[in-house]
Ligand binder design. Structure first.
Ligand code: GDP
Ligand code: MG
Length: 303
């Protein structure tokens, strides 16, 4: 029996998937897990991801283009407003919305707001219930039932972005919901972000991990030089860590430079893995007063 309107199973599929969800639910971790490489900064602190990041997953018969978006939340200041606008904007270009939830946390008003908004969008929506490694399987059912009342008929896939559990199932579900289409990128590309851009994110992640209170959010990173020395199988990188206030500079540097040294060591290890070669990394700290308030500066930093 054949149905002309049914999609051909053998057809190649492709499309854009916007990963949405509250801060800290694991969007960047999911992207890194799917790609098998770290391209997105991951920290236990909310709002780590500041800008839209494209991750390309090429499968034998499909290409999925993931957007890791800044989390959806109430705007707080100028930087946050831009992040929310970016998240909503990413849905405009998407073929599918993937809403990520934390299975180890109860639903909040913010989640109900996201669900309400998602009910109004014309795209297919899938829900991934993340961090199932942190909960008993029996605990999932009430949460899934609650989500089902918010988004009736929506497929819910329990996963662990951290361990990789059921990521293959999630990919299958996504592919089945994508339109037929060609691969947009070469099969060996995993992101449209430059190596410099990823390196800057890695340094920023380490600063966020190693500092506390307001400092992590007051940081932007730019790459000043990125010099490949093939004869020495070495890449020489100079990066600047921009902070907002004079008082934040010694915090990033630490007592006798211990913190900046640690940030550099952690970042270098990740960058060496990313680039598969030796890396010489030098970090500078610069005070850039009130940069989160300055839109022009945000743009300069690629936000
Ligand atoms: P984002 O803000 O949504 O991008 O969240 P991140 O990817 O930065 O992750 C936030 C925190 O949750 C990090 O500490 C991750 O290690 C952690 N995390 C993400 N996914 C999982 C998961 O599947 N299981 C567990 N146990 N932790 C996770
Ligand atoms: Mg993130």
């Amino acid at each position: 029996m054949s149905d002309a309107s049914a999609p051909r199973e053998s057809a190649h599929r492709s499309g854009y998937v916007a990963i949405l969800g509250r801060p800290n639910v694991g969007k960047s971790t999911l992207l890194n897990q799917v790609l098998g490489r770290k391209i997105a900064a991951v920290t236990p602190k909310p709002q780590t991801t500041r800008r839209r990041l494209l991750g390309i997953k090429t499968l034998p018969a499909a290409q999925i283009l993931f957007f890791d978006t800044p989390g959806i939340h109430q705007p707080r200041d100028l930087m946050n407003e831009r992040m929310v606008a970016l998240a909503k904007q990413s849905l405009a270009d998407a073929d599918l919305a993937l809403w990520l939830l934390d299975a180890s946390a109860a639903l909040e008003t913010a989640d109900r707001n996201i669900a309400e908004w998602l009910r109004t969008v014309s795209l297919p929506v899938k829900v991934a219930l993340n961090k199932i490694d942190r909960v008993q399987k029996g605990q999932l059912l009430p949460l899934m039932a609650e989500i089902a009342t918010l988004l009736p008929d929506c497929e819910i896939i329990p996963i662990s972005a951290l361990t990789g559990e059921s990521i293959d199932v999630l990919l299958q579900v996504i592919v089945a919901a994508l339109p037929e289409g060609p691969a947009y990128y070469p099969g060996d590309e995993i992101t449209d972000e430059s190596e410099r851009g990823i390196v800057a994110e890695i340094v920023r992640e380490k600063v966020m991990l190693e500092t506390r209170d307001e400092v992590p959010y007051a940081v932007a990173v730019t790459i000043d030089t990125f010099e490949e020395k093939p004869e020495k199988q070495l890449v020489v990188i100079n990066a600047t860590i921009h902070v907002e206030r004079e008082s934040q500079k010694p915090i990033v540097i630490g007592n006798r430079g211990t913190r900046i040294k640690r940030i550099g060591q952690l970042a270098r290890a990740d960058i060496e893995e990313l680039l598969s070669c030796r890396v010489f990394l030098e970090l500078f700290v610069r005070v850039q007063p009130g940069w989160t308030k300055q839109l022009a500066r945000l743009r300069e930093f690629g936000l």
